[in-house]
Design a protein around this ligand. Structure first.
Ligand SMILES: [Zn+2]
Length: 121
């Protein structure tokens, strides 16, 4: 039994005529072909980040199944929670600075900014 990987991709990075390679944890690539994306047409702007498509691909190197959530446009960072720790995740293909290159201060500032825009629970 093999574990599946879950990742997110910025829809804006998917171009109509080219294949996008999702990076696997092993360093290999898992291709998303234009034909495999059902929800093409990222026309709507604004509002909360929407998942416009969910598809599955396979790493060409290790054969791990990868479930990809395609986000609308290039939404930048996504806030995730691991236990009590809040972390930023950057969808693959985004033009924003990789999370690993952010300073602790930048990381914190982005999280605070995101929280301001969140509706109260
Ligand atoms: Zn792999």
């Amino acid at each position: 039994m093999s574990e599946k990987l879950y990742t997110m991709v910025a829809g804006g990075a998917l171009e109509a005529n080219s294949t996008f390679n999702v990076r696997c944890n092993c360093g290999g690539n898992a291709p998303i072909t234009p034909e495999s994306v059902a929800g093409y047409g990222y026309s709507k702007k604004g509002g909360p980040t929407k998942i416009v498509d969910r598809l599955e691909t396979k790493c060409l190197n290790c054969n791990t199944g990868i479930v990809v959530s395609v986000l609308e446009g290039d939404p930048g960072y996504v806030l995730t929670k691991h236990g009590n720790k809040e972390m930023l995740f950057l969808p693959q293909g985004s033009t924003s600075k990789p999370v690993a290159e952010l300073t602790v201060g930048e990381h914190e500032a982005i999280i605070q900014e995101m929280k301001k825009n969140m509706p109260d629970e």
